[in-house]
Design a protein around this ligand. Structure first.
Ligand code: ADP
Length: 519
């Protein structure tokens, strides 16, 4: 990356403070819990965004909540800046890298990775930050559990808790990952330890900690999402009783302009809860990029968006439409859900533009198989392959939403597509639809080693963000390098309120200053 355009934002922590902090930490946690090895710092500084890597000053590996408390207390003593990660698989949003070079990454996932409890009766688990989608999936299988989790379509090594704290979403009926969190243990920036909800009672047992969301006092769990107020060291996460049969379904619509009609047909299926999972309405290139690289890249030098002709040819090759609809039904058996599938077919094919994709056909289309696994509750790394669409490994995720209104959705897709075209990048989007709102997962894939392409990706992100904000549509998550930019889009009152909470819970500003624009 050309670093000239990005002034260094290294915190002005004196080397003597860092040295004293490392000495304390090696003494209190053991020598292996602190790494300043060159290769390690290089690896933890890497990300995929259109800005230079953010190399940390060190990486710490706590093994317990007590260790996390020791780290935070020492950071307060020596006034150094920490950046907590669970597993750091936040690809397209910052990966493992801190807000800026010189912060100290606290990697919770290496040692704090235990499933502490699986409650088969009440349907929840209690996990440490390092429990990944894959490890919980394996653990549930090993125990012969009747419960299932909601995986993301992202890296199977991603943390269940990290994803929930960053308000990530998943597949299946429990797709609202933060909505499934109940009861946390948190080390605040001050070093104090709290347990939220019924966990706040000093009791011999904690029967209710991970089952009741409506405990005494304000609901504090939300304070620790997308914030820098504390480090979450464990939490309860609700799981779903696996239905006897899960039947994924697929439909496609041929043209870009069909989105209006598709959204109008999807909305009632969610408002009546006829479809219990979220319904994804995903465009051609979002799916195809997991299987192909851009066939026109060499010819255009990556300066132009793929042509409509080439895009049509790829749709044809993969048996996909401009828009591809997926979801799943639950029932007692395949036969039992067959009448519901018939009703869905009748519903969607009221539009002459929508085509049913039978299960045998869907299974043979590799990009659709990723979604199928997701609905069945199986982690898969499929969508990560999108990074191969262009060389150079760059991706930034733009995550606004939109109301579930066909006309508005149509205007927004036209507008986003045009902004991507102006910047010579492809428009790739998956709309994750609920009854009223759809999260629009836009992935900007670009060549990070080409300064011109990286600069265009950066400008494209900012142009998209500015145009959505003008219509009162904000992002639901943001890449680290844009968090300050987004905070500045908000009205001053809310920024001041966030900063005031920061000062109350983390008076010395030791946890990730700058994260989500809060200092
Ligand atoms: P994932 O493994 O799901 O990709 P990350 O570890 O990258 O998640 O974390 C996603 C975001 O959540 C990052 O901004 C990170 O700082 C924050 N985060 C992750 N785990 C914790 C935690 N245990 N406590 C506080 N913040 C966390």
């Amino acid at each position: 990356m050309d670093t000239a355009a990005f002034p260094a934002t290294t915190p002005a922590t004196p080397q003597s403070s860092l040295d004293a902090f490392f000495k304390d930490m090696r003494g209190e946690l053991g020598p292996d819990a602190v790494s300043t090895a060159d290769a390690t710092l290089g690896r933890y500084g890497e990300h995929t965004l259109p800005s230079p890597d953010n190399r940390p000053a060190a990486v710490l590996y706590p093994a317990s909540t007590a260790d996390v408390q020791r780290i935070v207390l020492a950071a307060n003593r020596h006034k150094v800046q920490l950046f907590p990660i669970s597993t750091g698989q936040n690809i397209g949003l910052g990966s493992k890298s801190p807000m800026c070079s010189g912060q100290i990454v606290v990697d919770l996932g290496r040692h704090m990775n235990k499933v502490l409890e699986v409650n088969e009766t009440l349907g929840y688990c209690e996990v440490e930050p390092g429990v990944s989608f894959q490890s919980l999936y394996d653990e549930l299988n090993k125990r012969g559990s009747r419960l299932m989790m909601s995986p993301t379509a992202g890296p199977p090594q991603g943390s269940l808790l990290g994803n929930a704290l960053d308000k990530g979403g998943g597949g299946g009926a429990a797709a609202d990952h933060f909505g499934s969190v109940c009861g946390m243990e948190v080390v605040l920036g001050s070093g104090d330890l709290i347990r939220t909800g019924d966990g706040s009672l000093e009791a011999a047992e904690h029967l209710n900690w991970h089952v009741s969301k409506y405990s005494f006092g304000p609901a504090l769990d939300g304070l620790f999402t997308q914030s820098n107020y504390g480090i979450v060291t464990r939490a309860g996460i609700w799981l779903m009783l696996r239905p006897p049969h899960i039947e994924p379904f697929f439909f496609s619509a041929a043209d870009d302009d069909d989105l209006d009609e598709v959204i109008e047909l999807v909305r009632p299926l969610k408002q009546t809860n006829f479809v219990p999972t979220q319904i994804r309405v995903t465009n051609d290139l979002y799916l195809i990029a997991a299987a192909e690289s851009n066939p026109e890249y060499a010819a255009t030098g990556g300066r132009k968006q793929i042509s409509d002709e080439a895009r049509r040819a790829l749709q044809h090759k993969h048996g996909l439409g401009a828009w591809n609809i997926s979801g799943a039904l639950f029932g007692a058996s395949k036969q039992a859900v067959a009448p519901q599938i018939d009703r869905l077919r009748a519903h969607f094919t009221k539009s002459s533009k929508i085509r049913y994709i039978p299960p045998e056909e869907a299974q043979a289309v590799a990009p659709l198989d990723i979604a199928r696994k997701n609905y069945l509750g199986m982690p898969s790394d499929g969508e990560l392959r999108m990074l191969n669409w262009r060389p150079g490994g760059g991706t930034a995720w733009f995550l606004p939403g939109m109301p579930m209104n066909g006309q508005i959705a149509h205007q927004m897709q036209k507008h986003s597509r045009e902004i991507c075209r102006q910047h010579g990048l492809e428009y790739m989007v998956s709309n994750v639809c609920g009854p009223r709102f759809a999260r629009g997962v836009h992935t900007l894939v670009f060549n990070r080693s080409d300064p011109d392409e990286a600069a265009r990706a950066d400008q494209c992100y900012r142009a998209l963000a500015a145009s959505y904000a003008e219509r009162g549509v904000f992002v639901g998550r943001a890449p680290t390098m844009y968090q300050q930019f987004h905070q500045e889009q908000r009205m001053p009152g809310i920024v001041q309120a966030c900063d005031a909470i920061k000062r109350a819970l983390d008076p010395n500003g030791v946890i990730a200053p700058g994260k989500y624009g809060m200092r």
